[in-house]
Ligand binder design. Sequence first.
Ligand code: S3P
Length: 173
Amino acid sequence: MAGSLILIGFMGSGKTAVGESVARNLGWNFRDADTQIEEELGMSISRVFEQQGEAAFRRAEEDVVLKLLDEAAAASQGVVLSLGGGAVTNARVFERLKAEPLVVLLDADLETAFARAQDGKRPLARDLARFKELYGEREELYRSVAKVVVDTRGMNVEETAAEVARKIKSVSR
Ligand code: S3P
Protein backbone atom coordinates (compact mmCIF):
# COMPACT_ATOMS: atom_id res chain seq x y z
CA MET A 1 0.00 0.00 0.00
CA ALA A 2 1.61 3.31 -1.07
CA GLY A 3 0.10 6.58 0.06
CA SER A 4 0.46 9.42 2.49
CA LEU A 5 -0.22 8.99 6.16
CA ILE A 6 -0.48 12.40 7.79
CA LEU A 7 -0.12 12.80 11.54
CA ILE A 8 -1.77 15.79 13.15
CA GLY A 9 -2.38 16.80 16.74
CA PHE A 10 -1.37 19.21 19.41
CA MET A 11 2.17 20.01 20.52
CA GLY A 12 3.47 17.16 22.66
CA SER A 13 1.09 14.55 21.24
CA GLY A 14 4.07 12.56 19.90
CA LYS A 15 3.68 13.16 16.16
CA THR A 16 7.40 13.09 15.35
CA ALA A 17 8.41 10.08 17.44
CA VAL A 18 5.31 8.10 16.50
CA GLY A 19 5.65 9.11 12.85
CA GLU A 20 9.22 7.82 12.72
CA SER A 21 8.17 4.56 14.29
CA VAL A 22 5.15 4.08 11.98
CA ALA A 23 7.33 4.81 8.94
CA ARG A 24 9.92 2.30 10.10
CA ASN A 25 7.28 -0.38 10.66
CA LEU A 26 5.64 0.18 7.29
CA GLY A 27 8.93 0.64 5.40
CA TRP A 28 7.74 4.09 4.32
CA ASN A 29 9.68 7.36 4.18
CA PHE A 30 9.30 9.85 7.01
CA ARG A 31 9.03 13.63 6.61
CA ASP A 32 8.61 16.13 9.41
CA ALA A 33 7.26 19.57 8.50
CA ASP A 34 8.97 21.41 11.38
CA THR A 35 12.36 19.92 10.49
CA GLN A 36 11.85 20.94 6.88
CA ILE A 37 10.93 24.51 7.90
CA GLU A 38 14.09 24.72 10.02
CA GLU A 39 16.18 23.47 7.10
CA GLU A 40 14.65 25.89 4.64
CA LEU A 41 14.95 28.91 6.92
CA GLY A 42 18.35 27.87 8.25
CA MET A 43 17.41 28.34 11.90
CA SER A 44 15.44 26.75 14.73
CA ILE A 45 11.72 27.40 15.10
CA SER A 46 12.33 29.29 18.36
CA ARG A 47 14.72 31.60 16.52
CA VAL A 48 12.22 32.16 13.68
CA PHE A 49 9.60 33.21 16.25
CA GLU A 50 12.11 35.49 18.02
CA GLN A 51 13.67 37.12 14.97
CA GLN A 52 10.84 37.14 12.42
CA GLY A 53 7.69 36.60 14.46
CA GLU A 54 4.94 34.01 14.36
CA ALA A 55 3.39 35.36 11.13
CA ALA A 56 6.63 34.69 9.22
CA PHE A 57 6.74 31.18 10.68
CA ARG A 58 3.15 30.54 9.57
CA ARG A 59 3.91 31.69 6.01
CA ALA A 60 6.89 29.34 5.83
CA GLU A 61 4.77 26.58 7.37
CA GLU A 62 2.07 26.96 4.71
CA ASP A 63 4.62 26.72 1.88
CA VAL A 64 6.45 23.76 3.36
CA VAL A 65 3.37 21.75 4.31
CA LEU A 66 1.69 22.22 0.91
CA LYS A 67 4.94 21.26 -0.80
CA LEU A 68 5.38 18.16 1.38
CA LEU A 69 1.76 17.11 0.70
CA ASP A 70 2.35 17.48 -3.06
CA GLU A 71 5.60 15.54 -2.90
CA ALA A 72 4.03 12.76 -0.82
CA ALA A 73 1.11 12.50 -3.28
CA ALA A 74 3.54 12.13 -6.19
CA ALA A 75 5.92 9.70 -4.47
CA SER A 76 6.08 6.09 -5.60
CA GLN A 77 6.78 4.95 -2.05
CA GLY A 78 4.54 5.58 0.94
CA VAL A 79 5.25 8.63 3.08
CA VAL A 80 4.47 9.33 6.72
CA LEU A 81 4.25 13.07 7.25
CA SER A 82 4.15 14.75 10.67
CA LEU A 83 2.76 18.27 10.78
CA GLY A 84 3.33 20.93 13.44
CA GLY A 85 0.41 21.43 15.81
CA GLY A 86 -0.64 24.73 14.25
CA ALA A 87 -0.60 23.64 10.60
CA VAL A 88 -4.35 22.94 10.60
CA THR A 89 -5.08 26.61 11.37
CA ASN A 90 -3.97 27.53 7.85
CA ALA A 91 -7.01 27.60 5.54
CA ARG A 92 -5.22 26.12 2.52
CA VAL A 93 -3.64 23.33 4.56
CA PHE A 94 -6.98 22.66 6.24
CA GLU A 95 -8.71 22.29 2.85
CA ARG A 96 -6.02 19.93 1.60
CA LEU A 97 -6.26 17.79 4.71
CA LYS A 98 -10.01 17.44 4.31
CA ALA A 99 -9.37 15.71 0.99
CA GLU A 100 -6.62 13.40 2.28
CA PRO A 101 -7.78 9.86 3.13
CA LEU A 102 -5.24 8.99 5.84
CA VAL A 103 -5.16 11.86 8.30
CA VAL A 104 -4.51 10.52 11.78
CA LEU A 105 -5.06 12.58 14.91
CA LEU A 106 -2.87 11.70 17.87
CA ASP A 107 -5.02 12.68 20.79
CA ALA A 108 -3.27 13.54 24.04
CA ASP A 109 -4.67 15.07 27.20
CA LEU A 110 -3.64 18.61 28.02
CA GLU A 111 -1.45 17.80 31.04
CA THR A 112 0.55 15.12 29.23
CA ALA A 113 0.94 17.28 26.14
CA PHE A 114 2.13 20.25 28.21
CA ALA A 115 4.64 18.15 30.14
CA ARG A 116 6.02 16.62 26.92
CA ALA A 117 6.22 20.01 25.21
CA GLN A 118 8.61 21.46 27.82
CA ASP A 119 11.79 20.82 25.85
CA GLY A 120 12.56 24.48 25.23
CA LYS A 121 11.92 24.12 21.50
CA ARG A 122 8.32 25.24 21.43
CA PRO A 123 7.70 28.97 21.75
CA LEU A 124 3.95 28.46 22.23
CA ALA A 125 4.36 25.99 25.09
CA ARG A 126 6.00 28.33 27.60
CA ASP A 127 2.82 29.40 29.30
CA LEU A 128 0.16 26.95 30.48
CA ALA A 129 -2.74 29.42 30.09
CA ARG A 130 -1.84 30.14 26.44
CA PHE A 131 -1.25 26.44 25.81
CA LYS A 132 -4.69 25.63 27.19
CA GLU A 133 -6.31 28.33 25.08
CA LEU A 134 -4.71 27.01 21.87
CA TYR A 135 -5.67 23.45 22.78
CA GLY A 136 -9.31 24.54 23.11
CA GLU A 137 -9.26 26.53 19.86
CA ARG A 138 -7.78 23.73 17.79
CA GLU A 139 -9.55 20.65 19.09
CA GLU A 140 -12.44 21.02 16.67
CA LEU A 141 -10.14 21.71 13.70
CA TYR A 142 -8.19 18.52 14.33
CA ARG A 143 -11.32 16.45 14.66
CA SER A 144 -12.91 17.83 11.53
CA VAL A 145 -10.04 16.74 9.25
CA ALA A 146 -9.02 13.52 11.03
CA LYS A 147 -10.15 10.26 9.42
CA VAL A 148 -8.74 8.27 12.33
CA VAL A 149 -8.28 9.28 15.97
CA VAL A 150 -5.76 7.49 18.17
CA ASP A 151 -6.01 8.05 21.90
CA THR A 152 -2.38 8.09 23.07
CA ARG A 153 -3.19 8.01 26.78
CA GLY A 154 -1.20 5.39 28.67
CA MET A 155 0.68 4.26 25.58
CA ASN A 156 4.36 4.63 24.73
CA VAL A 157 5.66 5.52 21.26
CA GLU A 158 5.84 1.94 19.99
CA GLU A 159 2.39 1.05 21.30
CA THR A 160 0.92 4.18 19.76
CA ALA A 161 2.63 3.43 16.42
CA ALA A 162 1.19 -0.10 16.46
CA GLU A 163 -2.27 1.32 17.15
CA VAL A 164 -1.92 3.78 14.25
CA ALA A 165 -0.95 0.92 11.91
CA ARG A 166 -3.86 -1.21 13.14
CA LYS A 167 -6.40 1.58 12.67
CA ILE A 168 -5.25 2.66 9.22
CA LYS A 169 -5.42 -0.92 7.98
CA SER A 170 -9.10 -0.96 8.80
CA VAL A 171 -9.84 2.37 7.06
CA SER A 172 -7.76 1.67 3.94
CA ARG A 173 -9.16 -1.78 3.37
C1 S3P B 1 3.30 24.82 16.92
C2 S3P B 1 3.72 23.52 17.04
C3 S3P B 1 5.11 23.11 16.85
C4 S3P B 1 5.82 24.05 15.87
C5 S3P B 1 5.68 25.46 16.36
C6 S3P B 1 4.23 25.91 16.49
C7 S3P B 1 1.88 25.15 17.18
O1 S3P B 1 5.16 21.78 16.35
O2 S3P B 1 5.31 23.91 14.58
O3 S3P B 1 6.37 25.59 17.58
O4 S3P B 1 1.44 26.25 16.85
O5 S3P B 1 1.18 24.27 17.74
P1 S3P B 1 4.83 20.46 17.26
O6 S3P B 1 3.35 20.25 17.20
O7 S3P B 1 5.58 19.38 16.58
O8 S3P B 1 5.31 20.75 18.62
